[in-house]
Ligand binder design. Structure first.
Ligand code: GRF
Length: 194
């Protein structure tokens, strides 16, 4: 069965670009289309990728005084309207409340081997700097189901890579990201086939 993704973004959208490319490639063994892209920030790179692939894109910024649940209800109204069955947080940096009908169908990718280096405030380059400061010899990425706690839900797939003694945070980020590009589509394939 073909799947329909809602991809939630806040930044450059490299994962969105990858997923949209796979979805457009009949040889990619990726039986999905991107039904909607939702950004909580206007003007981000991800929205340019959405336009390039001619995808429906919506900007939903948080409003002053709005609760997580109120924001989440607005987001999931759009997701339902787009007919999406699976939600991917691909560099989405806002807390997302999840309604019961989407419990177990929201997937996040995080640039560390969870449960290490996760949780509130642990995102982007901060993760890689913390990994280097701790002297870790391996790092990697984790694709997991999202629950109500940051970076907490059941793990679908992890991929690891070495940390080199000479690494800067951006060196490590690039090596981890190479693994992320494999991990996210592979995790989705596994998720859909279980
Ligand atoms: C990735 O490192 C991912 O692990 C994290 O956000 C980054 C994705 O950024 N959640 P993007 O796809 O380039 O916006």
């Amino acid at each position: 069965m073909s799947h329909r993704l809602a991809v939630l973004v806040s930044g450059t959208g490299r994962h969105l670009e990858n997923l949209a490319s796979l979805a457009a490639d009949p040889a990619a063994d990726f039986d999905a289309e991107v039904g909607v892209v939702i950004s909580n920030r206007p003007g981000v790179g991800a929205l340019h990728h959405a336009a390039r692939f001619d995808l429906r894109a919506e900007v939903l910024e948080g409003a002053e005084g709005e609760t997580d649940e109120e924001y989440g209800r607005r987001v999931f109204d759009v997701i339902r309207d787009a007919g999406a069955d699976t939600v991917v947080l691909a560099g989405f940096l806002k807390k997302l409340w999840i309604p019961d009908d989407f419990a177990g169908r929201v997937i996040n990718i995080h640039p560390s081997l969870l449960p290490a280096f996760g949780g509130k405030g642990c995102y982007g380059m901060r993760v890689h700097r913390a990994v280097l400061e701790r002297g870790c010899q391996v790092s990697g990425c984790t694709v997991h189901l999202v629950d109500e706690v940051y970076d907490n839900g059941p793990i679908l797939l992890q991929r690891w890579c070495p940390v080199e003694a000479t690494d800067s945070a951006s060196d490590l980020a690039a090596r981890v990201f190479d693994e992320e590009l494999i991990a996210l589509p592979e995790a989705l394939r596994r998720f859909w086939s279980r």
